[in-house]
Design a binder for this molecule. Structure first.
Ligand code: B12
Ligand code: SF4
Length: 511
């Protein structure tokens, strides 16, 4: 039998359905080409892999981020035992290529973007001479590969995902994006973005996540600063990036009006009414906004001085809502300046600011970040061993034994922070508050859907993440699985196989 290519998204919990399509699987599937038949795609957040599908001589590509690296290494070793060529890629493999060799039995590791280099990697494996490490680099926006959506299983994902820009000009201390993906935004050609979205709508997807690091890469402040320079080259570059954003939103606005987009954006967009208006017209109805902390001290601690605190923060978040963009506020707990009342104060602010969804995450030193470098350099952390693994490689510790917080806090113990965080989730997603927030939609059916989605979000992201015992995690995964199966019907709609590409207004006029 001919060798096959497998692409595997590892996960230690499987929910049967998933909210957002892991985009890399379908991008790499396209990058594989058809020389070896269509690749076999396995997303373990849906179902665990059946390793008997892997035959000697097959190529198995495994994409890992820090959170699923351990599971990735487990399945990589199983695949190698079955005689396959094992290749790792993704952000974690980019940061630690040697680790994938020592812990994941890799034959090869790809650093950076897989779009252009992957086919060569497959060829080298099949010729029996893979390189130890490949450098896929940062491909330009024009070279991003469009995904093979025809390979997606039916009815398992609620949102399709399309990337419009990579990289972020900011430099938040807890985030690796600006260092791995760069600070120069790599914006993708508008037509190719829209082409993929049209294809997804043809297949019945009306909910699309614009899987960007930051959908607003050029702020009004950036433009003002560039204007003050005597050399206008940078200003013109930024103006062009901004123009393309508006062009994209203008095209999205012409797509069927049942479509809903969601993205990630910095709070500065709230000061740009023209941008928010364009988002509204484009039906970008939701955005994850990294609020992180509600105090100035907290914001300084994460190098996020461009965010606001207190009432000014409430005004900024409300501005999104006034323009019809619902905010998924992302908050971090465990910052040194947090106090016992921070949990309630954060939830109260989220309510006051009309935030529609919220997530409360514990400060985690993710590799590739400034926070991680400082934290891992401290001798006390280097000397801490959990389950035989140095805590500075916390991703290698079995999931249920991982510390919930990685640094001692000046005023609270770890249990207080964990319980406070759990309380914030419970309070924000209580039945009463969720039902209250559900008033943003009109019909009873839509309100019930809103409640279901809120509860599902909480089950998937809170209870499986910060719960302390594995029995509770397993129970939460079961609930999430059940709710997910019920919720997916709300997302997938009638396909529109004949949908055509929208035409830019300027071209319409020329015609
Ligand atoms: C969209 C997104 C999400 C979405 C959707 C996730 C999904 N199901 O796809 C949501 C909002 C749900 C999410 C959640 C989280 N995310 Co997220 N997310 C992203 C984001 C912005 C884009 C990911 C994406 O789709 N990119 C498009 C694809 C095409 O790019 P890619 O995945 O990088 O793949 C390319 C290369 O890496 C490489 N590659 C990838 N895999 C493989 C495999 C092989 C074999 C090869 C050869 C190459 C290869 O080739 C691909 C094409 O070029 C990234 C930022 C980023 N720039 O990656 C963060 C990012 C991946 N997320 C991150 C984090 C921390 C999280 C959360 C833990 C946040 C939280 N605290 O809750 C959760 C974890 C969820 C989970 N359990 O997986 C971090 C990961 C850091 C790390 N060191 O692991 C990132 C990098 C952002 C950051 N702030 O640093 N996320
Ligand atoms: S957290 Fe957001 S704004 Fe900050 S660097 Fe990362 S992607 Fe950019």
């Amino acid at each position: 039998m001919n060798a096959r290519v497998h692409l595997l998204n590892p996960s230690h919990v499987s929910f049967g359905v998933a909210v957002i399509t892991p985009r890399w699987l379908y991008v790499l599937a396209a990058a594989t080409g058809t020389e070896w038949g269509d690749p076999l795609i396995v997303d373990e957040s849906l179902d665990p892999i059946d390793t008997t599908t892997i035959q000697p001589g097959d190529v198995v590509g495994i994409g890992i981020h820090t959170g699923n690296a351990r599971r990735g290494y487990e399945v990589g070793k199983l695949a190698r035992e079955r005689g396959a060529w094992v290749v790792y890629g993704g952000i974690h493999a980019t940061l630690f290529p040697e680790e994938a060799h020592t812990h994941g039995a890799a034959h090869a590791v790809v650093k950076g973007d897989g779009d252009l280099v992957w086919k060569q990697v497959v060829r080298d494996c099949l010729a029996g001479r893979p390189q130890h490490v490949y450098d896929g680099g940062r491909v330009s926006g024009e070279e991003f590969t469009s995904a093979r959506w025809d390979l997606m299983p039916q009815g398992r994902y609620m949102w399709g995902s399309v990337q419009t820009v990579r990289g972020c000009p900011k430099h938040c201390s807890f985030c690796s994006v600006w260092r791995t993906d760069g600070q120069e935004p790599r914006q993708r050609g508008v037509d190719r973005v829209v082409q993929e979205i049209v294809e997804l709508r043809r297949r019945g997807f009306r909910f699309i996540a614009l899987a960007d690091d930051n959908f607003y890469p050029v702020t009004l402040e950036d433009l003002a600063m560039a204007r003050r320079r005597s050399d206008k080259t940078r200003l013109h570059e930024l103006e062009e990036l901004r123009r393309e954003r508006f062009e994209l939103m203008e095209l999205l606005a012409q797509l069927p009006d049942d479509m809903v987009f969601f993205t990630q954006i910095t709070m500065e967009a709230a000061e740009d009414p023209a941008f928010l208006d364009a988002m509204k017209k484009a039906r970008i109805k939701g955005a994850l906004v990294g609020v992180e902390s509600v105090t100035e001290e907290g914001l300084k601690e994460v190098y996020k001085g461009f965010n606001l605190a207190g009432d000014a923060l409430v005004d900024r978040l409300r501005a999104f809502r006034h323009h019809g963009v619902h905010v998924l506020g992302s908050f971090i707990f465990g910052l040194p300046s947090d106090r016992k009342d921070t949990f309630d104060a954060t939830v109260a602010l989220a309510h006051k600011a009309d935030v529609t969804f919220a997530q409360f995450v514990l400060l985690t030193p993710f590799p590739g970040t400034i926070d991680f470098e400082k934290w891992a350099a401290e001798p006390e952390h280097q000397a801490t061993i959990v389950d035989g693994v140095p805590v500075t490689q916390h991703w290698l510790i079995p999931q249920h034994k991982r510390p919930k917080l990685y640094s001692p806090h000046p005023t609270m113990n770890i249990e207080e922070i964990r319980v406070g965080t759990q309380h914030a989730w419970d309070s924000f997603y209580s039945w009463r508050r969720v039902w209250e927030r559900a008033k943003v939609v009109k019909s009873l059916k839509a309100r019930v859907a809103f409640v279901l989605i809120s509860k599902l979000y909480r089950q998937m992201y809170a209870n499986t993440g910060i719960a302390t015992d594995s029995a509770r995690v397993a129970r939460s995964a079961r609930y999430a699985r059940w709710m997910g199966l019920a919720a997916r019907r709300l997302f997938i709609t009638t396909p529109m196989p004949d949908l055509t590409m929208p035409v830019p207004r300027s071209e319409e006029r020329v015609a």
